[in-house]
Design a protein. Structure first.
Length: 76
């Protein structure tokens, strides 16, 4: 099942299948290690859903909701 990272709930695991978006947002995500094939765990989500915290490649990463909406993830 494929979901957007912004739709994940705390504790869910997934594998990145696609990074959409354009220009600076896409480049920023790739620079932070958000690339297809990487596995992640959703750690926390702020009360209004922005920002979110994930564990990716062994480190904690905080993303804005708009950035997370550019990442398609296969739920594991």
């Amino acid at each position: 099942m494929i979901k957007l990272l912004s739709e994940f709930t705390a504790g869910e695991r997934g594998k990145i299948s696609k990074v959409t978006g354009e220009g600076r947002v896409r480049r920023r995500l790739f620079d932070m290690g958000v690339t297809p094939g990487a596995e992640l765990i959703m750690r926390k989500k702020a009360p209004f859903g922005d920002p979110i915290e994930i564990t990716l490649r062994g480190y904690e990463l905080t993303l804005r909701k708009t950035e997370a909406a550019c990442v398609e993830v296969e739920v594991l």
